[in-house]
Design a protein around this ligand. Structure first.
Ligand SMILES: Cc1cc2nc3c(=O)[nH]c(=O)nc-3n(C[C@H](O)[C@H](O)[C@H](O)COP(=O)(O)OP(=O)(O)OC[C@H]3O[C@@H](n4cnc5c(N)ncnc54)[C@H](O)[C@@H]3O)c2cc1C
Length: 380
């Protein structure tokens, strides 16, 4: 749990609460429920966050950043989710992600513009079940010819480039392992096959690559490093999703508390009924357990110890708890919670993706056991 935070993080946490109250909530209050956040408002929030020093906390020092440790970022991410504001995602700046070690042209043409906010990348990993073969690339000298498809690229319609997992081979068809390759959206042969939205409102595309010619310098790292690089930062991302999940739980249990205290048509508040209290107790107990796990794991990560399995367990548990907490909240609030525009209706749609993104729950369970039985990683 976030008790006994070091004084420096406690101060950041208090400053963030102030920032949410003065910079985020008043701006959001001026928006209609279904209105998209205008570009000027997005820019204003980013600038305010920069001034307050939050924006830089996910950015490396060489790009003017002031990177924070995992515990600090966990406190920030959880608090932003607990505020349930549509502006929360604008507070922390973009990190380098998979391009973090890019050098030469890859750095100057892609990483630098990303960090300057001039270019935006997407991530192409998931393949359709119908794929005849996973996306592959033939490496011939300084050139790579990419063919294949990716089925679920978030932000792919507007991204400038996509970091794509490619199975490499040489012109003779010999396998060279995997590579992450930067495919520019404007490269001839990049086809946006289908544009779609998922239930929480995210915009995605499926993409086809037909004989796309990519210079070899757009490979991130060496042949064979693709999968480890794709998964390299995933522990941080899984903890990020976990913090969003527990923050969501916090907002929900406070919302339900108000509902249980409010007048009810039966003449007495719902909170006076024992059966309702049992359901509400479970929401609080599970949230407490999830937050305890999240903060323990964040501290473990900062200690530098191997925490692969702990991070997997945290992501599975926190996201599954959030699913149950939001579901119970809908049940206790009743039909009004499902009316379009109700905050629980939006959270109900949002929470479902948490158990699939950055590793489906059951696959993570399988990885955890593999980590223990075969790799002896972490304590779990
Ligand atoms: C909102 C959202 C955003 C996304 N954004 C991106 C993105 O930007 N880039 C990207 O590449 N992908 C993205 N994805 C795709 C996401 O990574 C995949 O949906 C997820 O990894 C699961 O893969 P799948 O959908 O192909 O399902 P499958 O891999 O087909 O799995 C479906 C289910 O089958 C079961 N299962 C599968 N394999 C096993 C096994 N070996 N053992 C036991 N059970 C198994 C599990 O229950 C699993 O949940 C996004 C998904 C969502 C929902």
């Amino acid at each position: 749990m976030p008790e006994h935070l070091p004084p420096a993080i406690q101060t950041i946490s208090e400053r963030l609460q102030q920032f949410i109250a003065t910079e985020l909530l008043p701006r959001e209050a001026s928006l209609a429920t279904s209105e998209a956040v205008p570009a000027e408002m997005q820019a204003a929030v980013r600038e305010a966050s920069r001034q307050a020093g939050f924006f830089q906390m996910t950015q490396p020092a060489e790009f003017g950043g002031n990177p924070a440790d995992t515990l600090t970022l966990t406190v920030i991410r959880e608090a932003l989710a607990a505020a349930n504001t549509r502006l929360g995602h604008l507070v922390l700046g973009p990190g380098p992600g998979i391009l973090h070690s890019a050098s030469g042209d890859l750095k100057s043409r892609y990483l630098d513009p990303v960090m300057a906010g001039e270019k935006r990348g997407a991530f192409g990993f998931t393949e359709p079940d119908s794929a005849p073969r996973p996306t592959w690339g033939v490496l011939d000298g300084d050139n790579l010819t990419v063919n294949g498809q990716k089925s679920y690229v978030t932000g792919g319609a507007t991204a400038d480039f996509v970091s794509v997992l490619v199975n490499l081979e040489n012109p003779a068809g010999e396998k060279l392992g995997t590579a992450m390759v930067v495919v520019d959206r404007r490269d001839p042969g990049v086809i946006l096959d289908r544009e779609f939205t998922s239930m929480e409102g995210g915009g995605h595309v499926s993409m086809v690559f037909r004989d796309v010619q990519v210079p070899a310098w757009r490979m991130i790292g060496k042949p064979g490093e693709g999968m480890p690089r794709a998964l390299g930062n995933i522990g941080n991302v899984r903890l990020m999703v976990s913090a969003q999940a527990t923050g969501m739980c916090q907002w929900v249990i406070e919302f339900v508390e108000q509902h249980l205290r409010a007048p009810h048509r039966t003449g007495s508040p719902l909170g006076e009924r024992e059966g309702v209290r049992l359901r509400y107790a479970d929401m609080r107990i599970e949230t407490y357990a999830a937050r305890s796990m999240l903060y323990r794991t964040a501290r473990l990560v900062d200690s530098g110890e191997n925490s692969v399995n702990e991070t997997i367990a945290t992501k599975v548990f926190c996201t599954e708890v959030a699913g149950r907490v939001v579901d119970s909240a809908v049940q206790l609030v009743g039909g009004q919670a499902l009316v379009s525009g109700h905050p629980l209706e939006a959270l109900y749609r949002q929470v479902r993706s948490f158990r699939l993104i950055e590793g489906a729950s059951d696959l993570l369970r399988i990885n955890l056991v593999k980590g223990k039985l075969e790799l002896d990683k972490g304590r779990l």
